[in-house]
Unconditional design. Structure first.
Length: 207
């Protein structure tokens, strides 16, 4: 598996030198944060092993995480807590975070996102469906976001081992829903606007 850099190459050939790829991890879970990452590589960069983070093993993702942070010319990561997701909705929370991250790159002259338009962005933006399989920059961002989020959920697992966060990472698996019914909702950790959680507000626990 490998991800092409044809979109980056097209812009590099036009003289653009800072192309930013942006992706997220954690739109679907009912617990834990949304993590958005943005990466810019030096012109001409390519890495044959960088691919959609969901298609990689955990061990490979973590190894590539180190490659990305050492080889990127610049990268930024944003963590959006459940309260913000509940306030804005997941789409707006994702879009706002991507817009904010793109603005962290003072020299950026092109932005590639994974299926997320950024209408307020003053830079050139291309929104690619399955972008993490088409752009090495987006794929790298997906790896940073996924590994960061997994580490956060593993830390929550140590704090709340009864919920099994290290296994399901906050996604609504059968075992997770059963734990939710047994132990209740941890306030601040769960997305209370999401259906399975909203149905259990009477069992909210304070952190």
């Amino acid at each position: 598996m490998q991800t092409a850099n044809e979109y980056e190459q097209a812009w590099w050939q036009q003289g653009k030198t800072c192309i930013v790829g942006i992706d997220e991890a954690g739109r679907g879970p009912i617990a834990g944060p949304l993590v958005v990452a943005a990466v810019a590589f030096p012109p001409g960069y390519f890495h044959e092993e960088i691919y959609d983070s969901k298609k990689l093993s955990d061990k490979k993702r973590r190894a590539l995480f180190q490659d990305v942070i050492h080889q990127a010319k610049e990268y930024h990561i944003a963590i959006i807590e459940p309260a913000i997701i509940d306030e804005l909705n997941i789409y707006r929370a994702t879009q706002n975070a991507m817009q904010t991250l793109s603005e962290q790159f003072s020299m950026a002259d092109g932005v590639l996102t994974d299926a997320m338009p950024l209408p307020g962005n003053t830079k050139d933006v291309i929104s690619l469906v399955k972008g993490d399989q088409k752009s090495v920059s987006i794929a790298a961002a997906s790896i940073l976001a996924k590994v960061t989020r997994d580490c956060i959920m593993e830390a929550y697992d140590k704090q709340y081992p009864q919920y099994g966060f290290a296994r399901h990472k906050g996604y609504p698996t059968k075992a997770h829903i059963e734990a939710l019914h047994t132990y209740g909702v941890v306030k601040g950790l769960y997305r209370e606007s999401y259906g399975p959680v909203a149905a259990m507000r009477q069992l909210v626990l304070d952190i």
